[in-house]
Design a binder for this molecule. Structure first.
Ligand code: FES
Length: 156
């Protein structure tokens, strides 16, 4: 996969090459690429003077950062107890079979990544599915698939 490293320079400039801004830098880079490509660690290290291993440590500590390529759309289904008893796991199984990926994976066309989470703190409206940061309550497999179709067609 070809990485356009100019975006890294832009992010570093935006954060004034400030070593105290490591987390915002990683967040901005992830926003640009949808993941943290390995190539960027050496550049960040050189530019802000933090060892690569320390940057790697931060990137692996926070679950929000991904060291694997992610899809354009991130779909997260809650499988916490309250959502599970209302069909959360069925939604995950349907998504897995429809997208042909397991949770933690990304479709070959890089359109969707599928994740699961154990409770998002809004159990009363479960089952919850989060797509690109937007929460959808009272979901079913059919509603989730319909939503993905609309996203795919650019209608959402
Ligand atoms: S179990 Fe899904 S939001 Fe709490």
């Amino acid at each position: 996969m070809e990485i356009d490293l100019k975006k890294v320079d832009y992010v570093l400039m935006k954060n004034r090459r400030d070593r105290r801004a490591l987390i915002p830098i990683l967040q901005d880079i992830q926003e640009e690429y949808n993941w943290l490509p390995e190539e960027v660690f050496g550049i960040i290290s050189r530019e802000i003077g933090i060892p690569v291993m320390d940057i790697y440590g931060v990137a692996t500590f926070y679950r929000t950062f991904s060291l694997k390529p992610r899809g354009k759309h991130i779909v997260t289904a809650c499988v916490g107890t309250a959502c599970h008893v209302r069909g959360g796991q069925r939604i995950v199984e349907t998504l897995s079979s429809e997208l042909r990926i397991e949770p933690g994976e990304t479709t070959e066309d890089m359109k969707f990544s599928l994740d699961t989470v154990n409770c998002l703190g809004c159990c009363a409206i479960g089952p919850i599915v989060v797509i690109d940061g937007e929460y959808y309550g009272g979901m079913t497999s059919q509603k989730t698939l319909a939503l993905l179709k609309r996203i795919e067609m650019g209608e959402k």
